[in-house]
Write a protein that binds this ligand. Structure first.
Ligand SMILES: [Zn+2]
Length: 242
């Protein structure tokens, strides 16, 4: 039993040190992740706008070609009108010419719309360029800061994680589950020492009878107020320094 308490206390010490390291990084990991997402979104928007420009231009060119061919056709009909023998043929050609001219007018309007659409999309895409550059600069800055913090504590962090792995395999699964549950609920601190007859977590007074029992190190005892696992000085003093 004493071993089980000792292992949990050691685990707590390691986790507290790892928590401290994580706090040193502060918001940097989240800031970096958010910026990565933002840059990705803006680049996606820019890409979509460029595709709009491309599609509008392809349609504009096709419309342009069509207009040219309709005009040619109209000219050809006009020439033919001089050569026809009957009024009926003449009228038929006149109707064809009208139809071609109407189509040209309609397509010319469409052409303007397509050009307008391409211009708007091109301008919007261009506006995104400096925004993306600013975001990328910011991302590089924050990334450098995070890397510097990571590098500074890399060795310590690796050592702690390694120690943690070694300890975790020796802890009973049920004990570990209990530890993780309390740790999650209690601000990362599941195992605390009793100092001057008070809980090291919430500073609530621990009754003398409980302090005496605690010293036997033969069962899990929790603080009546905060529910954290209490350990005796014997356990804390025996714990290897990390
Ligand atoms: Zn407490």
């Amino acid at each position: 039993m004493e071993d089980r308490l000792r292992l949990l206390y050691s685990l707590q010490k390691i986790d507290s040190s790892l928590d401290e390291l994580r706090d040193l990084k502060g918001d940097l990991p989240k800031i970096v992740a958010d910026l990565v997402q933002k840059v990705k979104e803006r680049i996606g928007e820019k890409h979509a706008l460029e595709e709009t420009v491309k599609a509008a231009l392809v349609r504009r060119d096709a419309t342009d070609t069509e207009i040219l061919s309709l005009r040619e056709k109209a000219e050809k009909y006009k020439t033919q009108q001089f050569e026809v023998k009957t009024n009926r043929q003449y009228d038929m050609l006149a109707r064809e010419i009208d139809a071609a001219q109407e189509a040209v007018a309609r397509m010319t309007k469409e052409l303007e719309l397509l050009e307008g659409r391409a211009t708007v999309a091109r301008d919007d895409a261009a506006r995104l360029v400096p925004e993306i550059e600013t975001l990328e600069g910011e991302l590089a800055d924050q990334r450098n800061q995070l890397e510097a913090v990571n590098k500074e504590h890399e060795e310590e962090e690796l050592k702690l994680k390694h120690e943690r792995e070694k300890i975790v395999v020796r802890i009973k699964p049920a004990d570990l589950t209990m530890y993780e549950r309390i740790r999650k609920a209690k601000d990362g601190r599941a195992v605390v020492a009793v100092k001057r007859r008070a809980c090291g977590g919430c500073y609530n007074r621990v009754p003398p009878q409980k302090v005496l029992e605690l010293r036997k190190n033969d069962m899990f005892m929790t603080c009546e107020r905060c529910g954290r696992i209490l350990v005796s000085d014997e356990i804390t003093e025996a714990a290897s320094p990390i």
